[in-house]
Design a binder for this molecule. Structure first.
Ligand code: ADP
Ligand code: MG
Length: 379
């Protein structure tokens, strides 16, 4: 069996690594070079895109910002999973907001604009604290601006002067006041069966995920139930197949959807070492029509992103339950280079392990470890 992944970054690489165990061949398509490549070495292979699509049983994606024509090529062959519609929902914030409204699922108050002049009037309706997001192409906090007041509005109008808002409108959201960010990740099979992982608390810095803790500390059975129902309603509405991630903001006892990711997700990387079946294997199982695997998880699992740094000792590997996953990329500021996964029998034990981890790392590159430790200590 063979799967072609559109996109050739670390998610394609990790999907490949877990597919080998299932006896599945994997090719990746690098959208920036327009070449079919090896998902691990990223060396070009002797396949054209069409040959690779024809030879594959299933075509899937590792990110949602893929040209619609490319998705259509795979859809025309009846091979695209999840569907083109589901991928486009994740790749376009306007389509995403429309889906959430249609399903009556809570999300941040927003307005869509195609003229920069509209920004001033919006602040009068939604308040001065706004998050402006491009509808297409944004990720890791890119294509996104926080505004607070008239001076910020004017500055952004200047920055975006040349921007084609007709082709890529702006979604202007009211800034949410939340206690924390929680994601729900699960798989839906071809038959409509759903398997959901432990809910994950996500700690960000500068719009980028730094640390993920599963299960989110103190989550109640009622809150989990609420999020699982939401997951089922969204994934059923899309007739979804594969791993779907939903990012939310927790406000009191309620959850407000921030965005959907129609793919394996950074906040689910802990499942590689913390769950019976990792999100990568689960995605492959789902899209190939295999039975879904168990999602039973370690009592506590944490993922720590390694961002913008590549040189540190490997001493942390001596911490019981600590694993490293490296993506093999050239180091650049703000670039995700790899991650650590750690499992522990209790939150206290995890706090100790993270404290040990912190001592082995250059602290300037891990600005949120301290906060994660104090969360686990119940502060
Ligand atoms: P990306 O596609 O870059 O992940 P997101 O919409 O998830 O974009 O935004 C990145 C981060 O920015 C979020 O995880 C959250 O921390 C912050 N953020 C985004 N939208 C809002 C909002 N409306 N209110 C408050 N914080 C927000
Ligand atoms: Mg996000």
């Amino acid at each position: 069996m063979m799967v072609l992944i559109l996109g050739a970054g670390q998610l394609a690489r990790m999907l490949y690594l877990e597919s080998v165990q299932l006896g599945i061949e994997v090719l990746a398509y690098d959208v920036s070079s327009s070449k079919v490549v090896d998902p691990v070495t990223r060396e070009p292979l002797k396949w054209t895109l069409r040959e690779a699509m024809d030879a594959s049983d299933v075509v899937t994606v590792e990110f949602e910002h893929i040209d619609e024509e490319l998705l259509q090529l795979a859809a025309d062959r009846g091979k695209l999973r999840p569907s083109k519609e589901a991928i486009l929902v994740g790749g376009d914030r306007v389509t995403e907001k429309n889906l959430l409204s249609r399903l009556d699922i809570p999300n941040c108050r927003y307005e869509v604009i195609t003229e920069l002049d509209g920004l001033t009037a919006i602040s009068e309706r939604l308040g001065s604290e706004l998050i402006v997001k491009t509808s297409k192409g944004g990720y890791d906090g890119k294509g996104q601006w926080a505004l607070n007041g008239a001076a910020d509005v004017m500055r952004l109008q200047e920055t975006l002067k040349q921007f084609d808002l007709a082709a890529n409108p702006l979604v202007v959201e009211k800034k949410a006041i939340f206690t924390r960010e929680v994601s729900i990740i699960g798989a839906r099979s071809l038959a409509g069966e759903v398997a959901i992982y432990a809910l994950t608390e996500n700690i960000h810095h500068d719009g980028q995920l730094q640390v993920a803790v599963a299960p989110a500390v103190g989550i109640t059975a009622g809150q989990r139930e609420q999020l699982c129902r939401m997951f089922e309603r969204i994934s059923d509405a899309l007739n979804y197949v594969g791993i779907l991630a939903i990012e939310t903001f927790q406000v009191g006892d309620e959850f407000v959807v921030n965005e959907l990711a129609p793919r394996v997700h950074n906040s689910g990387h802990w499942t590689q070492n913390g769950a019976d079946t990792s999100q990568f294997e689960q995605h492959m199982r789902a899209i190939l029509g295999f039975p879904l695997g168990a999602t039973v998880a370690a009592p506590v699992a944490v993922m720590v992103n390694i961002i913008g740094c590549a040189s540190f000792s490997r001493k942390m590997l001596g911490i019981p339950g600590c694993h490293m996953h490296w993506y093999g990329k050239q180091v650049r500021a703000k670039r995700k280079m790899g991650h650590f996964n750690i499992t522990a029998p209790s939150v206290h034990d995890m706090a100790d392990k993270l404290t040990q981890l912190q001592a082995t790392l250059p602290s300037e590159h891990f600005p949120k470890l301290e906060l994660a430790i104090s969360r686990l200590q119940g502060n």
